[in-house]
Design a protein around this ligand. Structure first.
Ligand code: SF4
Ligand code: SF4
Length: 135
């Protein structure tokens, strides 16, 4: 696969995430942040744990799992992320992302309420038509 189609897919995926932004806040009310179980890179742990890195455990894959729900960076009063502009890459890319650089696989998290309700079905279909395997 060349880079041009991947760029098209990335733009489509970015637009797909943006399309559910209101639903995340008003309808789903950040249930993924409440579920916890976030994975983060080592350099993201201190921030996401609000300065309690002992909450994170290294996994075999090299990422760290934050063993706490809700996420320590979720503001319980407002339901918003305290570190939104600096949130971990995995949060930015949730619930849909291209698996890896030059990958032909797109990962979709079925536990996401927007995904399970079909709000991203049309974008997922377009991604499949671009030749990506959705897993
Ligand atoms: S679970 Fe999905 S719909 Fe709900 S807040 Fe998270 S990304 Fe948004
Ligand atoms: S860092 Fe922010 S976006 Fe990520 S799970 Fe925690 S509250 Fe949600």
């Amino acid at each position: 696969m060349t880079h041009e189609p991947q760029r098209d897919a990335e733009e489509l995926i970015l637009a797909a995430r943006k399309s559910i932004a209101d639903f995340c806040v008003t309808a789903c009310r950040q249930s993924c942040c409440k579920r916890g179980g976030l994975f983060a890179r080592e350099d993201e742990i201190n921030l996401v744990t609000q300065g309690n890195p002992s909450l994170a455990r290294k996994t075999r894959g090299g990422l760290y799992k934050i063993a706490l729900a809700p996420c320590p960076s979720l503001d319980g009063d407002t339901g918003r992320c305290l570190i939104y502009d600096k949130r971990p890459q995995m949060c930015i890319e949730y619930p849909i992302r291209i698996a890896d650089l030059n990958s032909e696989k797109v990962l979709v998290v079925n536990e996401c309420d927007a995904v399970s309700r079909g709000l991203l079905d049309s974008q997922i279909e377009q991604i499949k038509q671009m030749g990506y395997r959705v897993i």
